[in-house]
Design a protein around this ligand. Structure first.
Ligand SMILES: [Zn+2]
Length: 465
């Protein structure tokens, strides 16, 4: 989380499960440099046989990935660890500059001159803050979201359309962030002693509101979302959906290839806007087994009410964040409030300090957020395997997702940085499942043996079945 995106992003990240809604590409593209192999053939060690071994099967799948692709994927993902740190530190520097140079106090004075009507005053301050910080963070944004994504073959946009998306994002942040800022400063001014309780409540309601409107009003700003209509893909999916009690109309396709090459799918929305969306990269490159495996996973999110459970978990974190904010704002304002020309918690000039404190909280709790989400992702993996019984399709999907996620991290690394189980763990889970369900699979090796010359058949014995 960076200060640039602040509250709006912190809230929006709850909406999507493992999906970049800014991703995508539809036209035939040359294979990108990091493209993982499509493992259509099940490796020999992973085929059903009397000596099937889950670890050997997992290793056989991993061996399908050429070493240079693994190195590239690792470099991409590990670079992300450092970006968390650099973004955080840069955000701290920017916040301290805004406070110590009293730019924040000046933006407050300016917005007070524009209007005496408090909510509008807050909104005008927010706009100034958002534009100023977007400019200060722009070099980092261009590097991280544009040049670096292109370098790793994950981006499909030229600079113009990319910049267009950035401007749209800025507009969304202006509206949503402005709305939340007006609500929260209103709460602080009216309830100066209990603001942290009511502020947490308002933030939770705002989170639910954002999740609710996102699939219908926010995602379509960036991408085209349509109902899936290819019967070859749709029919098995709809059958699986009916079997799991999911309204069949809820399967959508998004043109994620407009922005990126990443394959993904997600469950988004709240109550009657909740839906499952597959992206076009997955539909284009995934085998039918792979698409069904991913779909079973998404249905797991749906059936196990993960959106609601995640909102509950995040609500607890939000309450803790407000308790911490109340304490840390008192502490910092007592020491430096006068120097920064901040009149109190209800003064809009306090915003860079609030977002600085939130960023520290977010930085420290990154493993907690990741683990909350990763735990649900693992549950959805298990649900998917039990539902669609496609362990090999699932392994294939895990390899494709390795294009932007390290396949084989250490356990602590996975705990801190991974919001999904690592590719290796996902393949192992699938092979472990297969090992216990071998009877569901024909003994695949027999077909290979049938090509070798068969010895003359022994004389038929009486009573042969
Ligand atoms: Zn998921």
């Amino acid at each position: 989380m960076t200060l640039r995106t602040g509250f709006a992003t912190a809230l929006c990240c709850a909406i999507f499960f493992g999906a970049t809604f800014l991703a995508t590409s539809a036209l035939a593209q040359p294979p990108s440099a990091n493209e993982m192999p499509s493992v259509i053939q099940v490796p020999a060690e992973a085929q059903a046989s009397p000596h099937f071994d889950a670890t050997a099967a997992t290793n056989a799948y991993l061996a399908q990935i050429p070493p240079d692709k693994t190195a590239r994927s690792d470099a991409y993902f590990e670079g992300g660890y450092w970006m968390i740190l650099w973004d955080f530190l840069y955000g701290v520097v920017v916040a301290l500059l805004l406070l110590n140079l009293r730019w924040s106090a000046r933006m407050r004075d300016l917005s007070e001159r524009v209007t005496r009507f408090k909510p509008v005053h807050t909104f005008v301050y927010w706009l100034q803050y958002l534009i100023l910080t977007s400019i200060l963070f722009f070099p980092g944004t261009v590097y991280e979201d544009y040049f670096r994504e292109h370098k790793y073959g994950l981006a499909t946009q030229t600079f113009g359309p990319w910049m267009g998306d950035q401007m749209k994002e800025l507009a969304v942040n202006a509206v949503l962030g402005g709305l939340l800022a007006m609500l929260l400063f209103g709460v602080v001014r009216r309830l100066p002693r209990t603001w942290w309780i009511w502020g947490a409540a308002v933030t939770i309601v705002f989170l639910i509101f954002t999740v609710l409107i996102s699939p219908v009003y926010i995602v379509p700003i960036f991408n085209k979302v349509t109902r899936l209509d290819n019967p070859k893909i749709v029919d098995p999916i709809l059958s699986m959906a009916r079997a799991n009690g999911i309204p069949a109309k809820d399967v959508y396709e998004i043109d994620a290839s407009r922005q990126s090459t990443r394959m993904s799918a997600n469950v988004s929305g709240f109550a009657n806007t909740m839906r499952i969306t597959l992206n076009d990269n997955l539909l284009r490159r995934g085998s039918p087994e792979e698409i069904q495996a991913v779909m079973g996973h998404e249905m797991g999110h749906y059936v196990m009410n993960h959106v609601y459970k995640l909102i509950m978990s995040f609500s607890i974190v939000i309450v803790l964040a407000f308790v911490y904010l109340r304490w840390s704002l008192d502490w910092t304002l007592q020491r430096w409030g006068e120097k920064w020309q901040i009149r109190g918690v209800g003064d809009t000039a306090v915003l860079p300090l609030v977002l600085l404190l939130v960023a520290i909280f977010g930085f420290v709790t990154t493993p907690v957020f990741n683990s909350l989400i990763r735990t649900q992702e693992y549950e959805a993996d298990m649900y998917g395997l039990n539902t669609n019984r496609q362990p090999d399709g699932f392994a294939q999907a895990a390899i494709h997702l390795g294009e932007y996620r390290k396949m084989n991290p250490g356990p602590i690394e996975e705990w801190i940085f991974f919001d999904h189980p690592s590719g290796r763990n996902r393949i192992y889970a699938a092979m472990r499942w297969k090992a216990e369900n071998l009877k569901l699979f024909t003994v695949e090796q027999q077909s290979a043996e049938s090509s070798t010359p068969t010895p003359p058949a022994p004389p038929a014995s009486v009573g042969k079945k």
